[in-house]
Design a protein around this ligand. Structure first.
Ligand code: AMP
Length: 473
């Protein structure tokens, strides 16, 4: 059984050669910029020769976890940080990261974004060899595998990472503090994003470029799929994992569709641009002569602007989002989940009443959000609702960290578009096509992971693998 948590998280790492500099506050600000990638827990680990290793993790948002006191205790010239994404259950402090393990003369601290699909097998092997696990995470599995190669088998860190990369299958972006050095690793298919920046001669690695922007660091480039980066004498050193030669690229399309911030650039593509293009492509597929095109805020705003620019249909803000509602509490009942949508979104009734509207959302996964959303919009009495979706039908689970849902829960895996339209009781429903989405992203189709859209996964999967579901008010 696949029991580990899915990790659609945010990671950061900062390397500074000058031991008098404290990077902890910079790590904090980078994590702040990556908060959208995970709200369940946050953590920072720092190191300096004088202070050794210090780390602190807690449940909740970065501002809940870190006050001045915690940050002041994290003095170091190297640091890594992590924000964890929320999935159903298993929300506990032991699973927060960075994960730290020590050995006689050292330690490994690691922040991981991704999901190792064969981690249960690897975990069982490690347990047989005497390793005791503190958490449910596959990040702990990677950490112990590294420790085994480095400490038990006496390999240097690069050779240890090389050896571990041959055992783990799945998605991973890692920032690792070990032996007073920072390493960053991106999986051979480049499923998870990871970029490198520079500020005043110091280096930063982060899941998204917005983390660099916030501390005014300059983007140097993305970490290449299958690349290990480490820093020495103010220089970036690169090592390509051997396993990369046998892997095809598989960048996650959902980063562009929903997950990443629009102001981030991933693999040289501005996410905002992709979302604008999604709106334009939606108009080409569904040219509707409407009074307004309205986004479901915030993720669909660029797509609605794109639709409006391409069509001349006026862009309208018909739904207002309460920005203070986070994803911080679990809604066990359907009634509560519906209330959560109302807490988060409120229609401007007078603007919608009697109008023919195109409503754009980034994706439909389980369909529960759309149902509550459409009910809400209907209360404003529009003349017609045409619902357009910036992601093709999600028909297969994601096993690489997006924690979309199990097949049973995925509405498009169980009903046709016409059946979903009837369930929503709207005038029309249109999904972007796979071809149009690929065009909107602007990357060759074969370089993208489209597993949740076509069931073709970029790696082998264990037979008994199970998908996880996210929760979201
Ligand atoms: P639903 O169809 O009820 O599952 O909700 C779909 C909406 O949730 C989408 O419009 C996205 O805004 C958001 N969403 C989709 N996938 C995820 C995910 N894996 N984690 C968090 N939010 C998601």
């Amino acid at each position: 059984m696949h029991e580990e948590l899915q990790d659609k998280c945010g990671i950061v790492g900062i390397h500074c050669d000058d031991s008098s500099v404290d990077v902890s506050r910079f790590v904090y600000f980078c994590l702040y910029a990556l908060q959208h990638r995970g709200q369940e827990s946050a953590g920072i680990a720092t190191f300096s020769n004088d202070n050794g290793l210090n780390y602190y993790c807690g449940m909740g948002l970065i501002t809940d976890v870190f006050k001045d006191y915690e940050i002041n205790n994290l003095n170091g010239n190297m640091g890594i940080g992590h924000v964890r994404y929320s999935t159903t259950g298993k929300s506990k402090l032991e699973n927060s990261q960075p994960f730290v393990t020590d050995f006689d003369d050292g330690f490994i601290a690691m922040a991981h974004n991704g999901d190792i699909v064969n981690s249960q097998f690897l975990r069982d092997e490690l347990i047989e060899q005497g390793y005791e696990f503190k958490s449910d995470t596959d990040s702990e599995v990677i950490c112990y595998l590294l420790k085994q190669e480095h400490y038990d088998n006496g390999k240097n860190i690069l050779d240890s990472i090389e050896a571990v990369s041959k055992k783990i299958v799945g998605s991973y972006a890692l920032s690792i503090l070990v032996n007073g050095k920072l390493y960053a690793v991106r999986d051979p298919a480049g499923m998870k994003p990871l970029c490198i920046g520079e500020k005043d001669g110091n280096f930063i690695v982060a899941s998204e470029t917005v983390a660099l922007d916030v501390i005014n660091a300059k983007l140097i480039r993305d970490v290449k799929p299958g690349e290990v980066i480490y820093f020495e004498n103010n220089e970036i050193n690169s090592h390509m994992l051997e396993i990369t030669n046998s892997c095809d690229l598989a960048h996650c399309m959902f980063e562009y569709v929903y997950f990443a911030r629009p102001d981030s650039k991933i693999d040289d593509i501005l996410v905002y641009e992709t979302r604008l293009n999604i709106g334009k492509e939606l108009y080409k597929l569904y040219p509707i002569d409407a009074d307004f095109v309205i986004p479901v805020p915030d993720s669909s705003i660029p797509a609605a602007i794109g639709y409006s620019r391409e069509s001349g249909v006026p862009y309208g803000e018909g739904l207002i989002k309460n920005r203070y509602v986070g994803r911080t509490f679990i809604m066990p009942t359907q009634e509560e989940r519906e209330l959560a949508v109302r807490l988060k979104l409120n229609p401007i009734k007078d603007a919608i009443k009697g109008k023919k509207i195109v409503l754009i959302d980034d994706s439909i996964v389980r369909g529960t959000t759309s149902k509550s959303l459409i009910e809400l919009v209907k209360e404003a009495e529009p003349a017609e609702i045409h619902f357009l979706v910036g992601c093709p039908p999600v028909i297969s689970p994601c096993y690489y960290g997006v924690a979309m849902a199990t097949k049973k829960e995925l509405i498009a895996a169980n009903y046709s578009t016409e059946e979903i339209r009837q369930q929503l009781d709207i005038d029309s429903l249109g999904y972007i096509t796979l071809e149009s989405l690929v065009k909107a992203i602007g990357m060759p189709k074969e370089d993208l992971c489209l597993g949740c859209l076509n069931g073709c996964y970029p790696t082998d999967l264990p037979d008994n693998i199970e998908a996880e579901t996210y929760y979201k008010p």
